[in-house]
Design a protein around this ligand. Structure first.
Ligand code: CUA
Length: 357
């Protein structure tokens, strides 16, 4: 049997070791933490995020050292000079002024502040004054309650919630530059592994950029409280190899699909009629039809998206039905009105929508 004091010490040591391992894993971005957390700020995959990561480590190291010194001295003083039995309880002699100590505690913080100011300035310069190579892609991102609109002005593409961009390598850099706008209130664009936060503010144009080095799906989130569904204003950034990106562009530029299967063609046609004769077309656009609403997401290639309602649920026919009939069931307070269609109409409408690939 281990004595209680020894056991307590053992538990404390194990706890400390675990903390150190976790911190190291998070900091290097290669450990179990980064693999499980898709929004890990310690696992940057783009120059913008990398510059911020380096800066974060420096600030953490400096403030961590200050914490260890101050907390260590405090703990030492508390233990070493605690009250003991038989201590003299009269007031100790009072000491006033020490030039050396005062100089030290003025000069050291000033040096620390200067180092932090200079590195902050360099970090801001590296991010804000980044060059725009000729191959860079321009995307306009518009924050809306509670979804994202993405426009590619040079490609003539409009989509929602899921941003597709090419990977960028050193030999042939193709970074993506974003113009950030807001249609209503302040939002904030944040995909932690690709770039720092930048706000989208009404009547103002903000800029940001990212140059992801690895293909994959990167997750993010609106990072500025913007109303009831702020938490379900998720961001998905799909980073593609160049050829995959070009294929995605070609698919998005193609007109909306037409049902080829004769058996379902009449159902789809009646669904299209419902779409074009109800409130749908006031808010949504489908290229090549009379629907050109701009208040809600463009639906021309609706089924090319993995999620619905800005990442709230998977994009399936079942979820589409629920979303159209009762949006509050998926996203309470959303600005999409419930359509209250009859079952027959709803089925036809969804049959049409799922052809929009
Ligand atoms: Cu948009 Cu929070």
């Amino acid at each position: 049997m281990i004595p209680t004091r020894k056991r307590t010490r053992l538990v404390l040591r194990l706890g400390l070791a675990l903390l150190v391992i976790l911190a190291a894993a998070a900091l290097t971005g290669t450990g179990p933490v980064s693999a499980r957390v898709p929004t890990n700020v310690f696992a940057p995959e783009s120059t913008h995020a990398w510059v911020i990561y380096k800066y974060t480590l420096l600030v953490l190291a400096i403030t961590g050292a200050i914490f260890v010194v101050v907390a260590g001295l405090l703990a030492y003083a508390i233990v070493r000079f605690r009250q003991r039995k038989g201590d003299d309880t009269t007031e100790p002699p009072q000491v006033y002024g020490s030039e050396q100590v005062e100089i030290a505690w003025t000069v050291i913080p000033v040096i620390i502040v200067i180092v932090l100011v200079l590195t902050t300035a360099r970090t801001i310069h590296e991010i804000q004054d980044a060059p725009r190579p000729p191959g860079s892609l321009e995307v306009t991102a518009i924050g809306r309650q509670w979804w994202w609109e993405f426009r590619y002005p040079s490609l003539g593409i409009v989509t929602a919630n899921e941003l597709h961009i090419p990977v960028s390598d050193r030999a042939n850099p193709t970074p993506t530059f974003l113009r950030l706008l807001s249609a209503d209130v302040a939002h904030s664009f944040w995909v932690p592994r690709l770039a720092g936060k930048t706000d989208l503010i009404p009547n103002r144009v903000n800029q940001m950029w990212m140059d992801p080095s690895q293909p994959g799906l990167y997750l993010g989130q609106c990072a500025e409280y913007c109303g009831t569904q702020h938490a379900k204003m998720l961001l998905r950034v799909y980073v593609h190899k160049r050829e995959d990106f070009d294929r995605w562009v070609a698919e998005q530029k193609a007109p909306a699909a037409v049902a080829a299967d004769v058996a379902i063609a009449s159902e789809v046609a009646s669904g299209k009629r419902i779409f074009e004769t109800t409130a749908c077309l006031n808010c949504h656009a489908v290229a090549g039809t009379v629907a050109n609403g701009r208040f809600g997401p463009d639906l021309t290639h609706l089924m090319s998206r993995d999620t619905l309602a800005s990442g709230a649920v998977k994009n399936t026919a079942e979820n589409l039905k629920l979303w159209i009939q009762e949006p509050d069931a998926l996203k309470p307070g959303s600005l999409m009105p419930p359509m209250h269609l009859e079952d027959r109409e709803l089925n036809a409408l969804v049959s049409y929508l799922v052809t929009l690939k």
